[in-house]
Design a protein around this ligand. Structure first.
Ligand code: FMN
Length: 204
C-alpha cells in the first residue's frame, strides 16, 4: 500500500493521509515498558495508515487553535518532519495532515552513509528525520530558544517511539550523523538544520 501510493506520487505532489486513530489497543504504560532500541528490521513496508499514525504522533494537530501532539515552547513549532523511504523523501504538513513528495528514489543508502554507515538506516522501511528552524523559537526566547528546540525534538521522538510500540513496530533514536551531509541530502533550506533520525519498521 505505502509502496504503491507513495511511488506514484510525483515530485511536488501532495497526498492527504488517512485519519489517525485516537483510541488504541495498547496502554501507554505497556508502550513505555516495552520500548527498546531496535536495530534489525524486516523489509516489510509500513502501511499508509501506520505512516499516518506515526506522523500524527510526532506533530499532528490536536486542537482547533493549531496546537500539536508534542509540546512546544511558546507554541513556536520549530520542527519539521520528513520520511525517508524507498519511494523518496516526503515532508509532513501538520495542517491538513498531508505529505508532500520532495524527492524521488531510494536515498536510504546515502542517509546511512551520512550516519557513520549505520546499516539499519538503509534497511528500515522508513526513517523519520526531524529538522528545525531555530529562529522560530529564538526570536522569542533568544539564546535559550536553542535549548528549547532540542528539548522539543526529544518530546517528538518519544511520541514516535511509543506510537511505534503501540503499532507493533520498532524504532531507534539516531544522533550520530554528519549534519552537513544530511542537510545536503535532504535539500534543506539554509535556515533549517537536521537534529534527529528515527528509523521505524518491523523488528526482525
Ligand atoms: C540522543 C540519543 C542519540 C542516540 N544515537 C544513537 C545512534 O546514533 N545510533 C544508535 O544505534 N543508537 C543511538 N541511540 C540509542 C541508545 O544507544 C539507546 O537508547 C541506549 O543504548 C539504551 O537502550 P534502549 O533505547 O533500548 O533503552 C541514541 C539515543 C539517544 C537518546
Amino acid at each position: 500500500m505505502i509502496i504503491f501510493l507513495l511511488f506514484v506520487l510525483s515530485k511536488g505532489g501532495i497526498m492527504e493521509l488517512p485519519q489517525p486513530v485516537q483510541i488504541g489497543e495498547v496502554s501507554v504504560e505497556e508502550c513505555i515498558a516495552k520500548r527498546r532500541s531496535v536495530r534489525a528490521y524486516s523489509s516489510k513496508p509500513l502501511t499508509l495508515k501506520e505512516l499516518s499514525q506515526l506522523l500524527w504522533a510526532a506533530q499532528g494537530i490536536t486542537d482547533p487553535k493549531g496546537l500539536r501532539t508534542a509540546p512546544s515552547a511558546g507554541a513556536t513549532y520549530p520542527l519539521e518532519i520528513r520520511a525517508v523511504t524507498r519511494e523518496g523523501i516526503f515532508h509532513y504538513i501538520p495542517e491538513g495532515h498531508k505529505l508532500i513528495k520532495e524527492q524521488s528514489g531510494d536515498l536510504r543508502p546515502k542517509l546511512a552513509r551520512a550516519a557513520s554507515g549505520q546499516s539499519f538506516i538503509k534497511e528500515v522501511p522508513c526513517n523519520f528525520v526531524i529538522s528545525c528552524v531555530y529562529e522560530r523559537t529564538t526570536m522569542r526566547y533568544k539564546e535559550r530558544g536553542i535549548r528549547y528546540v532540542h528539548i522539543e525534538a526529544g518530546h517528538v521522538a518519544e511520541n514516535i517511539h511509543l506510537q511505534a510500540v503501540a503499532l507493533g513496530l520498532g524504532s531507534v533514536p539516531v544522533g550520530a550523523f554528519w549534519d552537513s551531509e544530511v542537510k545536503e541530502l535532504l535539500n534543506l533550506p539554509k535556515n533549517e538544520e537536521p537534529i534527529y533520525i528515527i528509523p521505524v519498521g518491523h523488528p526482525k
